[in-house]
Ligand binder design. Structure first.
Ligand code: NCD
Ligand code: ZN
Length: 452
């Protein structure tokens, strides 16, 4: 085996190959026993036996090989918010969580609201990322600006209804219609944060986090979802609804097959409730907020039975110092990249969710929704993005050990079963058993080339 080279300590100049040997491979329907050969970043062959040698081999007898996970909603921050998270720390967290592709949100400083800003972000990211990254941009009314952002690779225009990212009169239907038309003409989907600002209580006295959460009730979501469905019907653009918290919202959007609408739920909204806010305060404060237990329970069931299109984490890191401010000054958001798989695999082990559904929600469907046609499946010719899972491994959520800069989580202390063992991006091992093995630059910046 003296020709075995580790890609970790060489500068790769020529072709490279990686062989995942004897894994349990998720085929999209069931699990087969076999090996996966990845060459030059693409899956070359999946077979019961592959006799060839490769530059690097991973013995995977006890591991399940899944298509690399795709998180369509993360906030990697960087730029002037690098103190909260940067491209390297955020994509290291992704790698540790089994995510080989993430789509980053535009509410940065400065915001990603023009083709030029997107290009600047792309240049900066390409040197720093360990997994593949694509970018969402802010919603704008100007058609030329929308087309230019699409040409620069944008994956969607984000319409943030409670507070626009770039100037836009979000409460005015005419302005929103113009933005939807611009998106349609640019062949860009619109990703929506569906909370209606006029339904958020801002007058009452807010002393604690529980009152803060109660000031943003589900009717803010219901009203924004029905407004957006009405406007979408008028314009016909593609709309993806971010982090829905109510089963009624998810069922209103159960329409992936029309190819125009999709819905997203998060691990925290499906597994936690307002009780966590009472117990943990700022650690459980995000928007939209956690809901009563009955609601999150039925949201989980809606997800497990197939009405939601995707799971995303809404990884939204802040510093603990910022989070510990009084409720009205505490920024909403929690990190999620490193907890999503352990908590969801625990649900699979408890038979509350099937592995098939989890893979659809975390890989196959996000690839479909965002036009990542060479991802989301383990087949010949697909990109060499793989998550190797140990279904038996027990653990405990410990935010101290996160690669994210945000060392807190409402899942802190949860006992889990099922964990990410190895993460492979474009045919290179970037994470293995608790360690980051990839280098900044091993991920690619993705550009959306899809027509919607
Ligand atoms: C997000 C953030 O911090 O960027 N926070 C959150 O609670 N989800 C902003 C947002 O998406 O509202
Ligand atoms: Zn978000």
């Amino acid at each position: 085996m003296d020709n075995l080279k580790s890609p970790r300590d060489e500068v790769r100049t020529g072709p490279s190959s990686l062989l995942i040997r004897d894994a349990h491979i998720w085929t999209g329907k069931d699990i087969i026993r076999g090996s996966i050969l990845i060459e030059d970043g693409r899956i070359q062959r999946i077979a019961r036996r592959i006799p060839e040698r490769a530059d690097e081999e991973i013995p995977a007898r006890r591991l399940v090989a899944l298509p690399g996970l795709i998180d369509a909603h993360v906030h990697l921050r960087d730029l002037r918010l690098s103190y909260k998270e940067d491209f390297t720390s955020g994509t290291s967290a992704a790698a540790a969580g089994g995510f080989t592709t993430v789509l980053d949100m535009p509410n940065t400083l400065p915001p990603t609201d023009s083709a030029q800003r997107l290009q600047e972000k792309t240049r900066r990211a390409s040197r720093k990322i360990l997994v593949n990254v694509g970018f969402h941009t802010a919603a704008v009314k100007d058609r030329r600006a929308a087309k230019a952002m699409k040409a620069a690779g944008a994956f969607s225009m984000k319409l943030y209804l409670p507070k626009p990212i770039a100037p836009l009169e979000v409460e005015d239907d005419l302005a929103v219609v113009q933005a939807l038309k611009a998106a349609r003409e640019a062949s860009l989907p619109v990703t929506v944060h569906a909370e209606d600002a006029s339904q958020i209580e801002t007058t009452g006295r807010i002393r604690g986090f529980k009152e803060l959460v109660r000031s943003r009730l589900g009717n803010a979501e219901t009203s924004a979802v029905s407004r957006m469905l009405r406007l979408q019907t008028q314009i016909g653009c593609r709309v993806h609804f971010c982090h829905l918290t109510l089963p009624s919202s998810v069922s209103a959007i159960d329409d992936l097959h029309s190819g125009r609408l999709s819905s997203e739920v998060t691990p925290h909204h499906t597994l936690l409730s307002e009780d966590s806010v009472v117990k943990l305060g700022w650690k459980a404060w995000m928007v939209p907020p956690l809901r009563p237990w009955q609601t999150s329970n039925s949201l989980f069931r809606a997800m497990a039975t197939g009405t939601a299109t995707i799971i995303a984490t809404d990884h939204a890191p802040h510093t603990i110092r910022e989070k510990r401010h009084s409720p009205l000054r505490s920024p909403p958001g929690i990190p999620g990249l490193e907890t999503a798989m352990p908590v969801m695999l625990t649900m699979v082990n408890k038979r509350k969710l099937s592995l098939r559904r989890l893979v659809s929600l975390l890989s196959t469907n996000p690839a479909k929704v965002f036009g990542l046609s060479s991802k989301g499946r383990l087949v010949n010719g697909a990109d060499g993005d793989v998550a190797l899972i140990d279904m038996k491994k027990k653990g405990k959520i410990d935010p101290e050990r996160f690669f994210s800069k945000a060392h807190y989580s409402p899942f802190q202390g949860w006992r889990t079963q099922g964990s990410v063992h190895t993460t492979i991006v474009n045919g290179s091992v970037v994470y293995r058993e608790g360690e980051i093995t990839g280098k900044p630059g091993s991920g690619k910046v993705l550009r959306n080339g899809m027509r919607y």
